[in-house]
Ligand binder design. Structure first.
Ligand SMILES: [Mg+2]
Length: 310
């Protein structure tokens, strides 16, 4: 692609010199880094396509920020510390350099905020804008948190408020997910969490993922679900309507996790220090299904539809 090398040169300059555990950064065939002794490496990747996952009108800087945040969020959801990212971008030929620089400035803003170094990537020509980021992080050996460790009786918690991502998409606005690195690191470092996932596709599907991987059911309480102000405003102040943004809308990148009963007090104390934390309900034996308590009854949460509750 014409200009590819110019783009890489600009990115390399912006990234600065390798230091610390990073041995080789942007510009060579590979990046090289040395994992810390006693740590295991975590890797994740996420692809976003124009018109499917974002619109250019949301602002390229914000799109870049969000695409980086989505990957960092996955590392946090495993209890890891995010360290590096590789960013591959497919760019329409028209205005490719400008597009690349705006996107990368958003990616860097997010990466810098969470202590992540961009250590490589690729640019190609593409009809639509395509962004694929790979994030690399690490967790102390044995401290990586999975989706599969929840037990019946564990409490289900969520950080922050839900529905911000969906509201922003609907209003064609930028949304910069807050992410919860301190809380995730404290909770997981102290082994308080039995299972965890980040909310990229809405509360319904993430709760199902935790239950399926852990082999449990769940009961959550509708009145305990923290709905964002943005979703509430968009729903004309009607909470029940706004709840669909929390259950089905994605891209909130809050953390949904479970803690054993004896760890709940400590987890809530950490929540008061680092981020809003809400208890939603408890895990149940698998035969009891995945349910929500609303209007005086426990009802099965439909996988793909929230309106079906009523
Ligand atoms: Mg995830």
């Amino acid at each position: 692609m014409p200009g590819e090398f110019k783009i890489i040169e600009r990115l390399r300059k912006a990234a600065g010199r390798p230091s610390g555990s990073l041995l080789l950064g942007i510009g060579d065939d590979c990046a090289a880094f040395r994992p810390a002794p006693g740590f295991e490496t975590l890797a994740t990747s996420d692809m976003l396509i124009e018109g499917v996952h974002f619109r250019v009108s949301q602002g390229l800087g914000a799109v870049g920020y969000k695409s980086m945040a989505a990957n960092i969020s996955d590392i946090l959801a495993c209890g890891g510390e995010p360290l590096y990212a590789l960013a591959a971008v497919g760019l329409p030929a028209k205005g490719a350099m400008r597009t690349a620089l705006s996107l990368y400035s958003g990616m860097r803003k997010c990466a810098d905020k969470f202590g992540v170094k961009i250590i490589g990537g690729d640019t190609v020509r593409s009809d639509k804008l395509v962004i694929s980021i790979t994030a690399i992080g690490e967790a102390a050996v044995g401290k990586t948190v999975t989706r599969s460790g929840a037990k019946p009786g564990d409490y289900i918690l969520v950080t922050g408020d839900l529905g911000n991502g969906a509201a922003a998409l609907k209003q064609n606005k930028a949304w910069l997910p807050p992410l919860r690195p301190q809380l995730s690191s404290k909770l997981c470092g102290r082994s308080l969490v039995s299972s965890m996932i980040d909310i990229s596709d809405g509360l319904s599907s993430e709760l199902y993922h935790l239950c399926e991987e852990s082999g449990t059911g769940a009961l959550i309480y509708e009145e305990l679900v923290p709905v964002s102000k943005a979703a509430l405003n968009l729903a004309g102040g009607i909470r029940r309507r706004a709840l669909s943004a929390a259950f089905l809308g994605g891209e909130d990148y809050e953390l949904l996790f479970t803690v054993p009963a004896e760890c709940l007090g400590t987890a809530l104390k950490l929540g008061r220090k680092y981020s809003k934390l809400s208890v939603l309900g408890r895990m149940l034996p698998v035969r009891q299904g995945v349910k929500i308590f609303c209007s005086g009854k426990a009802k099965v949460i439909p996988r793909g539809g929230y309106d079906a509750f009523y």
